[in-house]
Design a protein around this ligand. Structure first.
Ligand code: SF4
Length: 675
């Protein structure tokens, strides 16, 4: 089958994984096999280098965990006990179970479950959407990540394009808030370094001492969940001490008075007390921000993962508006840039049904408690729900239900795949087409097949299309298979963008890719103004917009557990590759208070569950906060549970986001704990 390949050659493609950068890649192929992946300069921002994670991608493609052919469960759920099946058998079984569930319980008894495991424009919301919409399944609210920031960016600015990485060196002041580009979105780091070399002030707000926090002029190691009062204290200073740009606000913003009112109670002292930081350092950050131009805020995702995450993200994104920092290159803010192309993903003709919406953070509840109708078929793709979703105990109990028919369509034997009734092998991005849209750099590139599918793996477009036909849901003229799907999507994009992608493999954004906010791009709200206080958000947030909900810590569980992105996985993708064991990071003072030392086997626990692992003690995290890496698999801890077992399935104030950083825990030695 590989006769078309020369003994060794290279193919250019793009990384579509859930990372902001969308690196342009060159793949080396020998005898039809992928042997290496590296960066190219085709995407100039990614500068010819890639992360260590994706360098290991060949190990995923050919590794022992790769799913090579369809399989049907033959033993108990959870044990990965399967027997091989043909594609026809597997798809017939899936179609029959969907038909059966729909007849007996209605379409809403089918729950599709997916996120950004394969983040390209072809691998999600194409033929999968056609299938699930026409079946009238429950609709999934994809909220496990980026929901609060997305709501904030949408409500306040209509997702206006934001400052490009290349313009960071222009900034005289950079505030990195809840972002650790050294682990995720690595290509921002050299631009920040260059800005620093040119004399910019760098401020980092993060509970951990990240690599850039070490180089920062000021690092505010806030207690998780307190970003909101910290940002409001800066607003209070701007408004009350005469630094608000009232002329800009009058012309370009609505709701400034309401923001001012909500910020009023938050003096530097009060906010600093709540956040566990030094009030003078916080005041200094505000003063430096006011004094500098261009001044830039990089709003990350760390601050959204708690009960106050939506309001916190709103308050952070409001800073350049109130301080008057727009209108110059290198000034303003950077948030997700995925919307800066000016098109929506609306290439599926099937109507969105008005069916039940299930928040993906409530998967455990949905599987165990939803009764009207119960979930009878779960279809998981682009996701490893067993380890990435809050309240892992509930999720695993749900997945264990004997009367639940679970389909998992994935590239490797994930922890979720072990619970499948039918397991379908998916192609990786190396084996097919995709369109990758960066959400850091403003880039859009076409990915091409580098090798033929490994084993019997098939693309998402292909498999969902086959199910559409098996269930008699197809309409005339709809694309069949991946290549047709790609051509269909290219045809639905704005003509210039689709044409460039087709002809040259990449496109240029309408504003040229380095927009100056309020010069080249404007809020995409209905009146083209910034909305600092959308009334519907005030109604949605339990304590009102910019209303602070206190820390959920108790005397029994005083430690905040966070789970930030690591240098090893992209969310949980690549978690199957061999790695050192996962360890819990704790500050020396917290360790001493518990009689614990570096390397100890510990038990991290609360009322929801426990994780057993080893401890690493160091000053790289603030006191009162402990950290486990994001994206762990069950094999990475001593008891087979990951950090999500300790996370409540409560939701953020806006957008229904996950509250990973609201886990409150205690830690003790695992030896002689009696448990
Ligand atoms: S994960 Fe990010 S940094 Fe790594 S290759 Fe993909 S786009 Fe580049």
């Amino acid at each position: 089958m590989h006769s078309s390949f020369a003994p060794e050659h290279t193919v250019e493609t793009v990384c579509p994984l859930d990372c902001p950068d969308s690196c342009s890649l060159v793949a080396t192929v020998q005898d039809g096999k992928l042997t290496a992946l590296d960066g190219t300069h085709a995407n100039p921002v990614t500068g010819g280098y890639i992360c260590a994670k994706v360098r290991r991608f060949p190990e995923r493609v050919y590794g022992p965990d790769r799913v090579l052919f369809p399989m049907v469960r033959k033993g108990p759920k959870g044990l990965a006990s399967f027997e091989r099946a043909s594609w026809d058998e597997a798809l017939e079984l899936v179609a029959a179970k969907m038909r059966e569930a729909r007849q007996a319980f209605g379409g809403e008894s089918i729950l599709p479950y997916s996120y950004g495991g394969s983040n390209g424009l072809l691998t999600q919301d194409t033929s999968d959407a056609t299938l699930f919409r026409r079946l009238g399944t429950s609709r999934l609210a994809r909220t496990v990540c980026a929901a609060p920031t997305s709501a904030a960016n949408l409500g306040m600015y209509g997702k206006m394009a934001s400052v490009a990485y290349e313009d960071y060196p222009e900034a005289r002041f950079i505030l990195l808030w809840g972002a650790n580009p050294s682990a995720s979105g690595i290509h921002l780091v050299p631009f920040i370094r260059e800005a620093k070399q040119r004399g910019a002030t760098l401020v980092v707000i993060d509970p951990r001492v990240t690599p850039l926090a070490k180089q920062a002029d000021i690092h505010l190691a806030v207690r998780p969940g307190t970003d909101l009062p910290v940002a409001l204290a800066i607003h209070r200073y701007l408004f009350e001490e005469g630094h608000a740009d009232t002329a800009f606000l009058a012309e370009h913003a609505n709701g400034a008075d309401k923001l001012r009112e909500r910020a009023q109670p938050w003096t530097f002292e009060r906010a600093a007390e709540e956040a566990g930081i030094d009030a003078a350092a916080l005041r200094r950050v505000a003063e430096l921000y006011v004094a500098a131009s261009p001044a830039l805020v990089r709003c990350g995702w760390g601050q959204e993962r708690n009960r106050n995450g939506g309001s916190a993200s709103m308050a952070i994104l409001a800073l350049p508006a109130v301080a008057g920092k727009f209108g110059v290159r290198g000034g303003g803010y950077t948030m997700s840039n995925s919307a800066s192309w000016g098109f929506e993903r609306d290439w599926v003709d099937a109507q969105v049904p008005q069916t039940r919406e299930v928040n993906m953070n409530h998967l455990g509840r949905a599987l165990l408690e939803y009764a009207d109708p119960p979930v009878k078929v779960l279809f998981v793709y682009n996701s490893n729900a067993a380890v990435t979703t809050p309240d892992q105990t509930r999720v695993l109990r749900g997945l264990s239900r004997d009367d639940l028919f679970t389909v998992v369509f994935d590239q490797v034997m994930t922890d979720t795949a072990r619970y499948a009734d039918v397991l379908l092998p998916a192609t990786t991005f190396i084996e097919g087409y995709d369109i990758a849209r960066g959400y850091g750099p403003i880039t859009l590139r076409l990915g091409r097949p580098v090798i033929e599918p490994v084993g019997e793996a098939r693309s998402n477009a292909d498999v969902f299309g086959a199910l559409v036909r098996a269930l008699d849901l197809q309409e005339d003229g709809e694309p069949e298979g991946e290549l047709e799907e790609m051509l269909h999507v290219l045809g639905r994009l704005p003509a210039a963008i689709g044409g460039d992608l087709r002809d040259q493999g990449s496109a240029t954004a309408p504003h040229g890719g380095r927009p100056v906010q309020f010069v080249d791009v404007w809020p995409r709200t209905t009146d083209r103004k910034i909305d600092l206080f959308p009334p519907e958000y005030d109604r949605e947030a339990p304590a009102g917009l910019y209303g602070y909900q206190p820390d959920p810590a108790t005397p029994q569980y005083p430690l905040a557990l966070i789970s930030p992105a690591s240098e090893r996985t992209i969310s949980s993708t690549l978690g199957e590759l061999p790695r050192p064991e996962a360890r819990l990071l704790m500050h020396p003072d917290d360790a001493a208070a518990r009689g614990l030392k570096d390397g100890d086997a510990v038990r991290v626990f609360n009322d929801l569950g426990e994780v057993r692992c080893n401890l690493v003690v160091g000053p790289w995290i603030r006191t009162g906060t402990v950290s486990l890496p994001k994206g762990l698999w069950r094999r990475h801890t001593a008891n087979g549970y990951t950090g999500t077992v300790l996370v409540p399935d409560t939701l953020s104030d806006l957008g229904g986001g996950a509250c990973f950083n609201d886990a409150r825990v205690e830690v003790e030695s695992a030896l002689g704990s009696g448990h």
